[in-house]
Design a binder for this molecule. Structure first.
Ligand SMILES: [Zn+2]
Length: 260
């Protein structure tokens, strides 16, 4: 729809609010994950006061957002919220401080790695599914964290080579070495430097889980269980994977670990 001024455009789309940022005394900006436009920022006039738009524009709300887009002389786009309607609010997350911290970590990961203008349909789907499972306690929070961390990396272009040993193509072995610098597997026989500080040993079970999270369909992604012993190993793998690729420390993750 064309607005009254030539440069104004009205857009309506669904998005997941990742974060609220205070702006002035009464207003805020929201950082939103959308399928069509990636991660975008929308200004909410008076958004810090309690109004009918509050629930739809708070963090972890999935909402229909209608906004005006304005371009300045330099071509930079600003967005101003016109109206909003909640689609799904994930109430239970807000009632639990550890869940809020974990959901905030998911947001931080998306904001840090996301860009405006990209097709993010799969990332949005992953985020909504993850929040649903967190909200409903349908998967242990620590396992959900591993699934989200690693699958997000795979979705945004950091898919490791998991087909088999990079030298002899062996599909599995009692011990496979995953090298975080090269993003590839080596079997025990071929492994050039088994004591490398940049690699981690994956046994058959752990390799199976890692492949499952990277490659399985969204419909099946959250339907598995592992023992505490494997959860600890998986957690080491997914956290190291994130830190090798994003090289960033996430405050909300530290906070989550303190609270859980
Ligand atoms: Zn090999």
């Amino acid at each position: 729809m064309q607005g009254l001024k030539g440069m104004m455009k009205m857009t309506t789309l669904k998005g997941l609010v990742l974060k609220e940022i205070d702006s002035g005394e009464a207003s805020k900006s929201i950082c939103v994950l959308t399928a069509e436009s990636g991660v975008i920022y929308i200004y909410v006039r008076g958004g810090r006061k309690s109004t009918k738009t509050t629930s739809a524009t708070q963090a972890f709300s999935y909402s229909t957002l209608c906004y005006e887009e304005k371009k300045n002389a330099k071509g930079q786009v600003s967005r101003y919220l016109n109206s909003s309607e909640p689609v799904k609010l994930f109430y239970n997350i807000r009632l639990d401080a550890a869940k809020v911290a974990l959901a905030s970590y998911f947001s931080e990961l998306i904001i840090y790695s996301g860009t405006e203008g990209e097709e993010y349909g799969d990332v949005l789907r992953l985020a909504l599914n993850t929040l649903y499972f967190l909200d409903e306690d349908k998967m242990p929070a620590d396992l959900l964290k591993c699934v989200f961390e690693f699958r997000l990396m795979c979705e945004i272009g950091f898919m490791p080579k998991l087909v088999g040993c990079t030298h002899c193509f062996k599909y599995e072995d009692e011990k496979m070495h995953f090298n975080f610098l090269e993003d590839e597997l080596e079997c025990d026989e071929c492994c050039m430097n088994p004591d490398s500080g940049h690699s981690m040993i994956l046994d058959k079970m752990l390799l199976y889980v890692v492949r499952y999270i990277a490659l399985t369909d969204f419909e099946k992604l959250f339907y598995f269980k592992i023992s505490d012993r494997y959860l600890k190993k998986l957690n080491e793998f997914t956290e190291r994977y994130v830190s090798y690729h994003l090289k960033h420390r996430f405050g909300a993750l530290d906070f989550y670990k303190m609270l859980k």
